[in-house]
Design a protein. Sequence first.
Length: 531
Amino acid sequence: MNIQLSFLDNSVIFGYFLLVFVVAYVVTRAEKKKSEDYFLAGRNLGWFAIGASLFASNIGSEHLIGLAGEGAASGVGVAQFEILAGVMLILLGWLFVPFYLKSGVTTMPEFLEKRYSKSARNYLSIVSVLAYVITKISATIFAGAVVFEAIGYEFWVGASVLVISTGIYTLFGGLKAVIYTDTVQVFVMIFGAIMVTYFGLNELGGISELKASVDPEFFSMWKEMSHEKFPWTGVVFGAPILGVWYWCTDQFIVQRVLSAKNISQARKGTLFAGYLKMLPLFLFVIPGIIAAALSAKGFLVLEKTDHALPALVATVLPSGIKGLVVAGLFAALMSSLSSVFNSCSTLLTFDFYQVYKPKASEKELLRFGQISTVVLVILGIAWIPLMRLVSGGLFTYIQSVQAYISPPIACVFIMGLFFSRLNSFGALCSLYSGLFLGVLRLFLEIFKSDISGIWLEIAEINFLHFAFILFVICTIILFAASYLSKVSTKNINEIIFKDIKTPAFMVDIKLDRLLTIGLILCMLILWGVFA
């Protein structure tokens, strides 16, 4: 699908890049003498910047294209993950944030060390860095190159421009540059998506025509238990497991709340992000359904459902607006890529370099963080030729690694907050058993055509159902190994529970409760309207 851009469109895109670099330049002018300034924005950010960055980091171009594609293929079912994110962000703000900020950690593996042991920290550090490089960085670069191809550039040229330009402001500005550019990019993304929805509906003839043009099932989020992708049982039991890992324990996301000036600002930031996560249903999924309806009426050609968003952009948008929407795609790409660059360099600096060299000075930590960002940029560029060699199906399997490694991580985090008897031996048994079972499931899925019997049945379990099953198994192993072993438990009351109900924690709690109730009502209304 080729998107033909006019001079006005290209001018808008150029203006977007200029705006991002101006914002990044202003932020990077502030001298960064401490590692906290570079990696955690001085732990001094407010709720708006935190919430906007949480949303922008989460929404990548592969996310936009995937949501619209699923909308075109099967309707609003995929939006369950967006609405459930609201639940996870409430959990992050009310349950996890107080523990994270009171413990004073810089990374999520560091929190595992405080709660369990150094070995648990090493596990999460290695798994996280490998997952970022193999999945998040590669997926974002691939999606970016596809977007560049759609507007007429060579695959490798587009990917290189994306990686280098994003790497530059991440390298010099640190997390503060990432978060403030994210804040700008959120407005570009949302406004661009609104334009796609508006012009798409206008071309189709309005909402009533949209409802008349597609199967009524397209507007139901709750699918039968046997549904291939979004069974209601998987949504209720499996999706929250993946959500807890992604929203509440992954460095990629949590680093934003670690940068908050206090618990109240962090919690408000998570709630603000929760409200923003109610928008993708209307901004990204509904446009996919609009594309399917326009295709059925012969107004546009939709060769693949994943072409839904590019097809709408190419067909229904006027000059200028088209450039703005393409800029929104770039905004999604750059916000995700800058976030993973910064989060990964933070892990490398504090969970590897500082552990190896505990007496490293602030200057050394800063230098290593910048060097690791450069290395990640180089690795990103090195991925580009490999992207052409990896088949689409295999690429999808690579991305699914995250779904299979997340249940044991979610298990040791959330159970560790509530049960002081759980120890490091139990945590390691749970983590490694979960990793083994997750990788086994991945291989069975890849080679499904060559297996039979019980192995085939395991391979064909819906991935959301599998996530729940794996979480239960990991929880049983965690408790059994902890209670049967003689390994001592840490005094977690002193480590992470101490002073958790201090006046600082209670600041603005009435307002936060009202905001939380409002967010819950929004979710219930959406679930009811699209039942």
